[in-house]
Design a binder for this molecule. Structure first.
Ligand code: ADP
Length: 304
């Protein structure tokens, strides 16, 4: 297998607190790899170490076969980055942002100018070519940041929460573009809080918690491995009291969260028949998804 990004025993501490704790990863060429984890799990720190922007305290990493951070500059010529916060230059137009960024890679202006129309088309921003950044919507800024990350025609693209803060329409457009990049054979490494995003886009997922890798596999493998196949969500004020008495008789496992009870079952039929008779309870029956896995592995309590 052809690992484009590799990490072995990566460790990083801040102020004596270990935020990445012995991480091993191998990301194959052409795959979309998702790094999941609650806030503070160490995802951004991991990305920064893999990009060679910060030095690990222990362990080693390679990016496109080159050791990082030692050869990070050389490796990053073939890498695009979409950071968590848009850091576009507000004084420049859309096209100028691409031009200026391309110069960081040592590209000649004529070369960048020749690429700009295709980049704008990819980002659906052709009509905004001369618009200043502050006049763009959040979705447009994200798409410009993505186009900018492609200015050097990278083989690998790092995306730190690429759709955080976007409305559903804007997210769907970004997803389409990311799928297109995967189809072109680019390798994508992304972090996300959105389990639907991870489930739709990623071939392979790694779940981080407190700096440790706690699970990995394809979305389907994670669901099959870690959770019962069906979920019945029971709602309403009496749900918790009902759960205390009855849920265990019908579920392999259940979790109470406020006025909702999540019943995880292999066969939902007996529970559904029982619930039909409980007129004061509302319920929804659905297949288990990645969010169920994530909540099981990392817990329901808030982080940070
Ligand atoms: P995630 O991206 O999963 O939310 P981060 O990698 O950003 O997690 O952060 C992991 C932990 O490391 C957090 O507790 C964060 O506060 C801490 N941290 C990250 N960067 C620094 C830094 N430069 N200095 C001190 N602490 C940091």
């Amino acid at each position: 297998m052809n690992a484009v990004i590799k990490a072995s025993g990566l460790q990083k501490s801040y102020a004596g607190h270990r935020v990445v704790d012995g991480l091993d990863l191998a990301i194959q060429s052409g795959e979309c790899f998702g790094l999941l984890g609650p806030n503070g799990a160490g995802k951004t720190t991991t990305l920064r170490m893999l990009l060679g922007l910060i030095e690990p305290d222990a362990g080693s990493a390679t990016l496109l076969g080159l050791p990082v951070p030692q050869a990070a500059r050389e490796a990053r010529i073939r890498v695009g980055v979409v950071p968590q916060m848009d850091n576009l230059d507000p004084d420049f137009s859309v096209a100028e942002n691409l031009l200026v960024y391309g110069r960081y890679f040592g590209l000649k202006d004529a070369e960048i100018e020749a690429r700009i129309p295709a980049l704008l088309e990819f980002a659906s921003l052709t009509h905004k070519r001369d618009a200043k950044v502050p006049t763009l919507s959040g979705g447009m800024k994200r798409r410009l940041t993505l186009a900018r990350a492609l200015v050097n025609d990278p083989d690998v693209i790092f995306l730190d929460e690429p759709t955080t803060g976007l409305d559903p329409q804007a997210r769907h457009l970004i997803w389409q573009r990311l799928r297109e990049l995967t189809r072109q054979g680019k390798t994508l490494l992304l972090t996300t809080h959105f389990m639907d995003e991870a489930e739709r886009l990623c071939h392979h997922l790694a779940v981080l918690d407190k700096g440790c890798l706690i699970a990995q596999g394809s979305p389907r493998e994670l669901i099959e491995m870690h959770i019962e196949p069906q979920v019945v969500e029971v709602f309403g004020e009496p749900a918790a009291a009902w759960a205390a008495q009855a849920a265990i008789a019908f579920s392999q496992r259940f979790e109470v969260s406020g006025e909702s009870v999540f019943c995880y079952v292999r066969d939902a039929q007996p529970l559904l028949e029982h619930l039909q008779m409980q007129k004061e309870l509302r319920f929804v029956h659905r297949p288990a998804n990645l969010e169920d896995v994530f909540l099981k592995l990392t817990g329901r309590e808030m982080r940070e």
